[in-house]
Design a protein around this ligand. Sequence first.
Ligand SMILES: Nc1ncnc2c1ncn2[C@@H]1O[C@H](COP(=O)(O)OP(=O)(O)OP(=O)(O)O)[C@@H](O)[C@H]1O
Length: 472
Amino acid sequence: MQSRHEPRELVHLQVQAFADDGVLERMLQAAGWRFARGDGAGPETSADEPGVGLLDLRGVGPDRAPALLLPAMAAVLSAPRREWVAVLHAAQLDCVPLGRLVHGYCRDYVTVPCEADTLSLVLGHALGMARLPDLDEDLPGDGPRLEGVIGESEVMRQLARRVLKAAGCDAPVFLSGETGTGKELVAAALHRHSRRKSLPFVGINCGAIPHSLMESELFGYERGAFTGAVQRKLGRVELAHGGTLFLDEVADLPMESQASLLRFLEEGRICRLGGQAPIRVDARIVSATHVDLRRAVDEGRFRADLYHRLRVIELKMPALRERGGDLVLIAQHALQRHAGEAGGRVRGFKACALRAIQSYGWPGNVRELINRVREAMVMAEGCHLSARDLQLEDRSPDQQAVTIDLARRAGERTAIDRALARHGQHVGQAADELGISRVTLYRLMLRHGLHEARPDAQWSRLSLVKGGGEEA
Ligand SMILES: Nc1ncnc2c1ncn2[C@@H]1O[C@H](COP(=O)(O)OP(=O)(O)OP(=O)(O)O)[C@@H](O)[C@H]1O
């Protein structure tokens, strides 16, 4: 821990000339702060090191048009690793543009006159916040991860384990899950973790291609195969030779192409339209759809034999609302990734935004979360997003697009996940906290798939009583 007398550097950015008697400076120096004066352009205000700045607004009078300050100062105040604390007179807060400047860009503010200890404490907090990202980077990684896929929750760890195992073989993989849960992202990760990674990953959205063009798109054609076929064109299957073919929205594949795809899966050969000789193609098939493919089979819209061929390994993508702490991780990832779109101004979330993110049902899953954060970053006034900026402020659970059953299950799962995490995965203690017996907790963990990572003798005993009634 840093001692009170160890010098801590502080950028003092004095906005507008002010007949300063040096009181503030002497006061903070005595409290262990080293002053570096800033004019907004100097290297000290764009330092890479985390730091804190004192935004001295005492000299800004109502006649100085504070609204004009904002554009000039935005770049300085948005330096990525610096937190600002404003110092000003209480009366200045009545000036709306000045209030906005403080609200939008500062971690905190202090009104003068003030005690040295108060100001030093506030600056110390801000410095601590500026240093937090460093602490995050140092966190040791544990458990499997998929390249490019954000997720630390137990469900995502389980998924990652299954994906990595699937990546070790060539069997067809079928990805099921609601829209926006990351099926395409995981398909690409599966490819990157497989032996095929240096060869192509070729995707085709079966729902976006007119039925009449699907055959030529998948299998290609020879010159002269039909009017307009002026030269040979390779299809997506052939382009994926050696690599992976990703069939997105596979439920939309027309019947004719279902038959051709089945033939390819059985024989490992294709025939270009208008071609004579079959061509050997080695492509690993990964398919996905957000609709119920089993129902499509039952309703006669999808071939049962193809369904079974595609679904040798099934990976179920969990809905975002089942991923606990991942919601905030993904929101923060979106914020960092799209920071440039908002000119680097938005730097975090307010507590109300984080609460709203965790309690909303996210029917559009990760896609919806990312899009909401992006929109909020562009539209927000301040530098920390609120629930209102995310348009989640007025939502009560019954306005969300989730069924009661889903909401109940998600709530139950989150409560169990968190209780287990709080008690270091100790089932007995987590059960006590949840007010249920250990057996009931084991049963609920089975139901929510939270048991798979636990080689625990209890499971074999429980599987015998799994069908029994709930124990209170
Ligand atoms: N775990 C994740 N980490 C980071 N980004 C993610 C994650 N999951 C999804 N995304 C992002 O969310 C968006 C939607 O993901 P993707 O297209 O893979 O979903 P999908 O399940 O295939 O959707 P659909 O069924 O509508 O095709 C993409 O921008 C993707 O990069």
